[in-house]
Design a protein around this ligand. Sequence first.
Ligand code: NAD
Length: 281
Amino acid sequence: MSYQIIDGKAISEQIKEECRKKVAAYKEKGIEITLAVIQVGADPASSVYVRNKKRACEFCGMTSLSYELPEETTHEELLTLIRKLNADDKVNGILVQLPLPKHIDEDLVIQAIDPKKDVDGFHPQSVGALCIGQPGFVSCTPAGIIELLKRSNIEIAGKECVVIGRSNIVGKPMALLLLRENGTVTVCHSRTKDLKEVTKRADILIVAIGKPKFITGDYVKEGAVVIDVGIHRNEDNKLCGDVDFESVAEKTSAITPVPGGVGPMTIAMLMHNCVGSVELI
Ligand code: NAD
């Protein structure tokens, strides 16, 4: 069967370009957009993500303020900075790069961010708004997956959608977004009894299981659309996903590659959220 490779790189560039134009239009009206990026400690993977986020801001014409705090920063010091940024009218978005060092309570930090500046969409108020269909920020990775589907002309309404994974940043908001798009949604997790039986029903299968190449061809229905959220490095230091692309692709009608699928969409949607933050001031 021939299948479509969903080009996340191209779609993410389209979105960033749209953001760039909107930022320029805001600038003409005298409105500047500023994102504050906070990193605690020097985890190398986090540093790469933070650098890429700042680069994307630059591309889109937004200002990024960088707060690189030492590993031993206390919970209270971090909260004091967040409160200062909450009160600063020049700051539209606040992003705290996760994971945080173990001595800091991640939930309390997320809750300290003003929901109007919660461009990551992790605040309980943002998640609640998504749940009951009110406006608010949506977690970037699942929001990016909806854009990938829509911009690849893949219909969601009425489809059997199966999400593997129930994390707060991917699985749960993904399920809510698919529901908002009128999909029939099933969520699988580590306690699901017969995973294969469920995934084989899926017209659209979203895989966020966090295990390299876990999903093989026998989990997938002929003609399904498969979205691979996973990012791992294999023995040869090459990137791979949660899906075994070689055995799955032939069975699908469309599939995202790793790299170049979901990955680039996360930052593009962060830019989209930053632009959207202007309307919430
Ligand atoms: P997580 O570890 O928090 O969640 C994994 C989920 O998989 C859990 O809810 C668990 O219940 C479920 N699970 C585990 N074993 C299972 C099994 N045998 N059967 C069914 N379900 C099972 O992971 P996460 O943060 O949601 O991330 C998932 C993957 O996506 C990871 O590989 C991560 O690196 C990647 N990720 C990518 C992006 C991106 O921008 N592309 C963003 C976030 C996460």
